[in-house]
Design a protein around this ligand. Structure first.
Ligand code: KIV
Length: 274
């Protein structure tokens, strides 16, 4: 459901399995057909253009923007208006990737009515493809209501950053019985996939084998049906990344060095040239 045309693509998508738009049915199919699903967070027009042109299957407009864009210590302060503002830019830049937008705290926590209203606002105002809702068995009624309203939902189990005040920290979630109960309830409620965050590798494998819908891991080991990474971690904006992440380049360093060179050239008169 992108509103941009192919002229917004920076490079040809020749190396990518299919260059046509990733829809919910195609996303679900990948559990059976492969290849594994790549999902990366994106928060604005230029980052989404790069991600889409590089061939990611899905862009997550995550409420992690509270951390990596706003510089806050958690995601709780991110508003619905901010999610819509960022998602709208991402959708405008995207032709192929499925765009999923987080329902921010505390809409899903308030129950089905509030969640449906927030999710509907997101889809209506951004033209994104789906929303993501954190929560397990206790949130299945809410997820079911959103799906029944015609809004595709990606679940999110394991470590749920919106529960940070209850958890007291971001740590590995080891309770296997609880995880399986949660993912089963989320699948039953109609989610088209589930993000599994910060769980042991063996649990990631068990949940992936147990479920009929794709699992997208972040700190959940290599057996999930796909992986999601935060854009700023993948590109090395900071000096280091969380243990589960991988930086493919140190962009923070490259940007700093480029700006330092520019500052020097301004100071010594080398820029601009006559
Ligand atoms: O908000 C986010 O970016 C997320 C991912 C880390 C899965 O929920």
């Amino acid at each position: 459901m992108s509103n941009s045309d192919s002229s917004s693509i920076l490079y040809p998508l020749s190396s990518i399995p299919s260059s046509s738009k990733i829809t919910i049915p195609k996303f679900r199919e990948r559990k059976k057909t492969g290849p594994k699903i790549s999902m990366v967070t994106g928060y604005d027009y230029p980052s989404a253009r790069f991600l889409d042109a590089a061939g990611v299957d899905a862009i997550l407009v995550g409420d992690s923007l509270g951390n990596v864009v706003q510089g806050k210590s958690n995601t709780l302060g991110v508003t619905l208006g901010q999610m819509i503002y960022h998602a709208e830019m991402v959708v405008r830049a995207t032709s192929r990737a499925l765009v999923v937008v987080d329902v921010p705290f505390p809409y899903a926590q308030q129950g089905p009515r509030a969640a449906v209203r927030a999710a509907a606002q997101i889809l209506k105002r951004t033209a994104a493809d789906a929303v993501k809702i954190e929560g397990g068995a206790g949130r299945s009624e809410t997820i079911r209501a959103v799906v029944e309203a015609g809004i595709p939902v990606l679940g999110h189990c394991g470590l749920k950053p919106q529960d940070i005040k209850l958890l007291g920290g971001y740590s590995l979630q080891r309770d296997g019985e609880r995880l399986i109960r949660d993912v089963e309830a989320v699948q039953e409620a109609g989610a088209f996939g589930i993000v599994l965050e910060c769980i042991p590798t063996a649990l990631g494998k068990e949940a992936t084998e147990f479920l009929k819908i794709p699992t997208i891991g972040i700190g959940a080991g290599p057996h999930c049906d796909g992986q999601v990474l935060v854009y700023h971690d993948l590109l090395g904006f900071g000096d280091s990344e969380p243990k589960h992440a991988k930086a493919y380049v140190r962009l923070g360093q490259i940007i700093t060095e480029a700006v330092q060179r520019h500052c020097e050239e301004v100071r010594d008169g080398a820029f601009p040239e006559p």
